[in-house]
Design a protein around this ligand. Structure first.
Ligand code: COA
Length: 382
């Protein structure tokens, strides 16, 4: 019997409600996502990143004066401690994958910065773009771009990568993306973060663990492979054959399926619209059209191959398309996801510290009993 089939065990904790939260609500049947009271399609394309971060940390959108003060506070926290830059330099020299580099940086962001949990939350949110930007430039043999405090968060992220001030539509497209992925119920990385702070550990420990959880291809690591599929297909008429071959081999199609959504992920719509606007404004329209064709074919074939499972497009498919359009390399898709999701991690940690209790479930023992231990005499090979 598979371990997960033992009585009383809920495989993958599917359907288990493990926390109450005011932060976000995922309605998997209706395909709706509420972010701190607002529908994702209402909030993400219109609000600034700073407003969304404030909303999550303080439970309401800021008044204009609060918004300006909050943005300044975040901007002042952008600079990385020198030790973080050193670690990123070593990581770049060793060609470390970017998510591993981000995990290493996250672990030491607190160095020399004692603060309250809210301070830690703000520092983590503010620091991620610099951590990704510095790492990426060092990895390419380029000099890191000095921090600027006069740019909004999303524009600053792009500036850290390229050294150039992005045009407003690029910054807006990235901001929409970061807002869209800012929080999403008790996903694996957020749950990991809540488990860690539930022991009354600190936010940086929790966020470091969350980065590790996000890295896996079943969570945040899917957009790169999703884009690879589109590139491998290359032309609309090849979509059916390539996807069929993958499904025949029993492979999963990255960018499709979700543990909670049984219909199309509403974030996919927000990002598809952002991508459409962006590509219509001068991007590679052929790639966008090809991706739509790949999506339609994948959905049709998933229905054919998995008729009992409702598999639809998830957030990662259009993440890949949008971030690629913004000029980000596939290796930075998951770190960029982390730069958005760190808002949710931080807010969940604060909520858990305020209202939560130690998270400590049980396991069902399915191993042997009654074995007797005999140590083999020294020198006798066993
Ligand atoms: N492509 C093909 N088949 C898929 C699939 C996909 N993207 N997602 C799920 N399935 C199939 C599984 O193979 C399984 O089939 P089986 O019952 O014949 O063995 C069935 O659907 C159920 O899969 P399961 O692993 O139980 O679903 P889950 O709820 O644990 O998984 C995901 C959810 C997201 C991990 C899964 O849909 C997936 O791997 N998607 C691709 C990765 C991805 O896009 N991740 C980003 C999520 S935002």
């Amino acid at each position: 019997m598979a371990l997960a089939e033992h009585e009383g065990v809920t495989d993958g904790l599917e359907g288990i409600v493990a926390a109450a939260t005011r932060l976000s609500h995922v309605d998997g049947e209706a395909g709706q996502l509420i972010l701190a009271g607002y529908a994702v399609e209402d909030l993400a394309p219109h609000a600034s990143f700073e407003e969304v971060a404030y909303l999550f940390l303080h439970g309401r959108v800021p008044a204009p004066a609060e918004r300006a003060a909050f943005a300044q506070d975040l901007a002042r926290r952008r600079a990385l401690p020198p030790a973080v830059i050193e670690v990123l330099r070593e990581a770049a020299a060793a060609q470390t994958p970017p998510m591993d580099a981000l995990r290493m940086a996250a672990a030491i962001l607190s160095l020399g910065r004692p603060g309250t949990p809210l301070d830690d939350a703000l520092t983590a949110i503010a620091s991620f773009p610099a951590a990704v930007g510095v790492y990426w430039r060092l990895r390419r043999g380029e000099t890191p771009v000095p921090i600027r405090c006069d740019l909004p968060h999303a524009a600053h992220y792009l500036h850290q990568l390229s050294g150039a001030e992005p045009p407003p539509e690029r910054a807006r497209a990235l901001e929409t993306y970061l807002n869209t992925v800012s929080d999403h119920g008790l996903n694996a990385s957020t749950f990991a973060a809540r488990v860690i702070v539930s022991t009354q550990s600190d936010l940086f420990s929790a966020i470091t663990g969350a980065v590790g959880a996000l890295k896996g291809p079943l969570h945040g690591g899917a957009p790169g492979p999703a884009l690879d599929l589109v590139f491998e297909i290359g032309a609309p008429e090849r979509a059916e054959a390539v996807i069929r071959a993958r499904l025949d081999r029993g492979e999963r199609l990255m960018g499709f399926g979700h543990r909670v959504y049984r219909v199309r992920d509403p974030r996919a719509d927000v990002l598809a619209q952002a991508a459409e606007r962006f590509y219509a404004g001068g991007g590679d329209g052929r790639l966008y059209d090809l991706a739509r064709k790949v999506e339609a074919t994948a959905l049709r074939l998933l229905r054919e191959y998995k008729p009992d499972r409702r598999l639809d497009t998830n957030v990662e498919f259009y993440t890949a398309l949008l971030l690629h359009g913004l000029g980000l390399p596939a290796e930075l898709f998951t770190p960029t996801f982390a730069a958005g999701r760190v808002v949710g991690w931080a807010a969940h940690c604060l909520e858990q510290l305020r209202d939560g209790r130690l998270i400590r479930p049980q396991s069902h023992y399915a191993g042997p009993v009654g074995l007797h231990y005999h140590r083999a005499p020294a020198g006798v090979a066993s």
